[in-house]
Ligand binder design. Structure first.
Ligand SMILES: [Zn+2]
Ligand SMILES: [Zn+2]
Length: 463
């Protein structure tokens, strides 16, 4: 802007031009905060890490985490190697989740190192998670927290702060407002503007800022006319009921968020009699996160603080050793991985169930095209297709349905939010190129004077 000294610098550290790994370095008058420290899902080894080495010569005062999904926090210990003086800030519920998430990724990476021969793995170790954990702090929503140490001679200058705003995406998720003197920036993280069964919609009141970093996950996804989440949930419950009458039902889910939202919908349907009460099989990590959901239900934004999933449901943890003697007919599996990645219970069950007409596989989230889940969803019934390297070629005969029960805002809501805020600059990230392009075109149409930027990997912007 001519004549105005702009002192906020934003660097996009996502190494990919796709959804990739979230990591934004924000600098204001010499103070630096890293917003998120993710890894690229599906990208193996060090190639999935943010471009930390590009900014390794800079001292970072703090790292703020929007929520505990891998693409937002999965490289936190690596970031801390680069920025050892940084404090790590997150919401209170995320504080209960993050060490579990990071220890689990060490386990997964160690397994992949041997099974898939990825010598880079693990990218960090259990002891690093433990050693760094004293830096982690959990904060309440809505309170501005200072994050930068007072430097000599700067006591009279304004202190930068970060505020966590409920993002409605998953337990503990937040949009992050960074304020410093007269400058402010808001980063949506992953956001959901509609109610889910447990998670209430985002509350982004008070987030008005000069700069907006907007996620664009669903920018290329059309919302069908007349779509309602209630009707979609009803269709999901009906598919479970019908599926259990003929065979087994598999709902592939992510362990954190999707699992608990689907369990809550199933619990309510069992309570109302729409589904008969019966055991629900979940994975070990899904059980851990469900436990934490139950424990923090009362202190996090929650539409059903009275609903204790462990009490409402007969949850059974499915162990790998149970696979061989497992009877699938009439059983309900709400289990990882959401994209049917290899060496998971869901992959194993899908391989076993898809050749049989009587079974059902019900997808409730996104599968990247290059994953086994993506391959299965693209395959025609009765046509052989390559499912995965370990399972090889398979033919689907089972029922397969997709349900739009996303934990992300739809694209019209994202545009409305940006238009309502009308910041000086909108930075589009966390989406595929076609998704970002759709959002950019809509915004240009509605706010012709708005500065809109799609930064390339590693690009630094003065905003
Ligand atoms: Zn997420
Ligand atoms: Zn994300």
């Amino acid at each position: 802007m001519p004549g105005v000294a702009c002192s906020v610098r934003v660097t996009n550290l996502n190494p990919a031009d796709t959804i990739g790994a979230s990591a934004w370095l924000v600098e204001s008058d010499g103070h630096r905060i890293l917003l998120d420290a993710g890894t690229c899902p599906g990208v193996e080894g060090r190639a999935g890490l943010p471009l930390y080495s590009q900014v390794a010569d800079q001292e970072v005062d703090a790292i703020a985490i929007s929520h505990c999904h891998q693409d937002h926090c999965g490289s936190l210990p690596v970031a801390l190697r680069h920025f050892p003086r940084a404090r790590v800030l997150m919401t209170e519920p995320s504080y209960f989740l993050i060490e579990r998430v990071l220890h689990n990724s060490v386990n997964v990476m160690k397994r992949q190192r041997t099974e898939r021969n990825i010598p880079d793995y693990p990218l960090f170790h259990h002891n690093e998670v433990d050693e760094f954990s004293y830096l982690f702090q959990g904060f309440k929503y809505g309170k501005a927290e200072p994050w930068s140490p007072v430097r000599p001679g700067t006591a009279d200058k304004p202190t930068p702060t970060v505020t966590f705003h409920p993002a409605g995406h998953v337990l503990g998720s937040a949009g992050l407002k960074v304020a410093h003197g007269r400058e402010s920036l808001f980063y949506t993280g992953d956001v959901c503007f509609h109610n889910q069964t447990l998670s209430p919609q985002a509350d982004f009141s008070g987030t008005q800022s000069d700069v907006l970093i907007l996620e664009t996950t669903r920018g290329a996804t059309e919302t069908p006319a007349g779509f309602t989440r209630e009707a979609e949930l009803q269709r999901f419950i009906t598919a479970i009921r019908e599926g259990l009458q003929s065979g087994g039902v598999l709902v592939p889910v992510f362990a954190l968020g999707r699992t608990q939202e689907m369990l809550a919908a199933i619990a309510l349907a069992m309570k109302s009699g729409e589904l008969n009460r019966q055991p629900v099989y979940i994975g070990g990590l899904g059980r851990v996160f469900t436990e934490i959901y139950d424990l923090v239900a009362a202190r996090a934004p929650n539409r059903r603080p009275d609903l204790n999933l462990h009490e409402a449901l007969d949850l059974q943890v499915l162990e790998q050793r149970d696979f061989r003697k497992l009877r699938v007919d009439g059983q309900l599996f709400v289990i990882t991985a959401g994209m049917l990645s290899e060496n998971t219970a869901a992959h194993h069950l899908a391989q076993h169930m898809m050749p049989e007409e009587r079974h059902s596989i019900l997808f409730v989230g996104y599968s990247a095209p290059d994953t086994p889940g993506g391959a299965l969803r693209a395959a025609e019934r009765g046509e052989p297709f390559h499912f995965s390297d370990s399972a090889g070629e398979l033919t689907r005969q089972c029922r397969l349905e997709n349900f739009d029960l996303s934990a992300h805002a739809n694209r019209e809501e994202l545009v409305d939010f940006a238009v309502q805020m009308a910041p000086r600059t909108v930075i589009l990230g966390h989406g595929e190129p076609d998704a970002r392009d759709w959002i950019e075109a809509e915004l240009r149409d509605r706010l012709p004077k708005l500065n809109i930027i799609q930064p390339a990997p590693g690009e630094a912007l003065e905003v």
